[in-house]
Design a protein around this ligand. Structure first.
Ligand code: GLP
Length: 263
């Protein structure tokens, strides 16, 4: 795992974009496949990717995107559905075609149908050649995607109940807590780990505890983010505030000096 500590959230976005572009350039499949995360954390990163595309350093017009997760119980057309959020905040920003955007399907006649669609989602990722670079944020409780604490470290894409804290954190996007869906379909931690590179970005003091647990805590389902410790190519990029709980910082600073992302 590489841990990069940036002075500011803006600098963290620049580092994260460099790590994503570096990972995409070395992709092995026929098609470039980018794993997409919602949330406020990667917005600066998407802006940096857009700037790189504008400079001609990367082209997302043929890229396939796979979202980490989607709510269950709201229509795809709902402005807070992750499909609409990703169209707005990623496709329209970096130029990834909407036709190339895949989002888990949270609709169905039954839980069994949604479960079958979730399994098909994992198969679709494999059929596309696997995710080259998975962009990740982290929840204040350590969740990845919507893998809440106690999620199996080998879980596959499936329907999950949202934690109370996650629903409260996301209530700001809805007209009150009671409007926030109670369930989601999320890529599993096993699914996420199959991406060739993981790039996690976190900024702000409210993420410091989760980052310390994910990077330096025990590998544990109690902190889903700790699964990055198992991945052979995981990059964690934080600003000073989110790095506040890290004990091994001198080493990260030292190691970062030798990194190759063109920074
Ligand atoms: C959301 C998403 C996660 C995201 C996290 C943090 O609920 N499902 O993928 O990483 O919460 O969001 P933010 O970046 O806004 O803090």
């Amino acid at each position: 795992m590489e841990v990069l500590i940036a002075d500011t959230p803006e600098a963290a976005a620049v580092f994260a974009a460099a790590a994503v572009l570096d990972g995409l350039r070395t992709h092995r499949g026929e098609t470039q496949v980018l794993g997409l995360a919602t949330g406020s954390s990667p917005l600066g990163l998407y802006a940096e990717l857009a700037a790189a595309a504008k400079r001609g350093e990367i082209d997302f017009s043929q890229t396939i995107g796979f979202a980490l997760d989607e709510y269950v119980g709201i229509p795809d057309t709902h402005e807070q559905s992750y499909r609409q959020t990703l169209i707005r905040e990623v496709c329209e920003v970096i130029g990834l075609p909407v036709s190339g955007l895949n989002v888990p399907n949270g609709h169905g006649e039954s839980v069994a149908q949604i479960a079958a669609q979730a399994t098909a989602y994992d198969e679709a990722i494999r059929a596309a050649g696997g995710v080259d670079v998975q962009i990740l944020g982290i929840g204040a409780n350590g969740h990845l995607g919507f893998n809440e604490p106690a999620s199996s470290l080998r879980s596959r894409t499936r329907i999950k109940r949202l934690a109370a804290q996650t629903r409260e954190d996301n209530a700001r996007f809805f007209d009150g807590l009671d409007q926030v869906p109670t369930h989601c379909v999320t890529q599993g931690l096993g699914t996420v780990q199959e991406a060739r590179r993981l790039v996690l970005i976190a900024t702000g003091s409210h993420k410091a505890e989760a980052i310390a647990a994910a990077v330096e805590g025990p590998l544990s389902a109690s902190c889903p983010g700790s699964v990055l410790q198992l991945h052979p190519d995981a990059v964690v990029i934080v600003d000073e505030a989110a790095a506040a709980g890290l004990k091994n910082r001198a080493y990260y600073d030292d190691a970062a000096a030798g990194l190759q992302f063109g920074i």
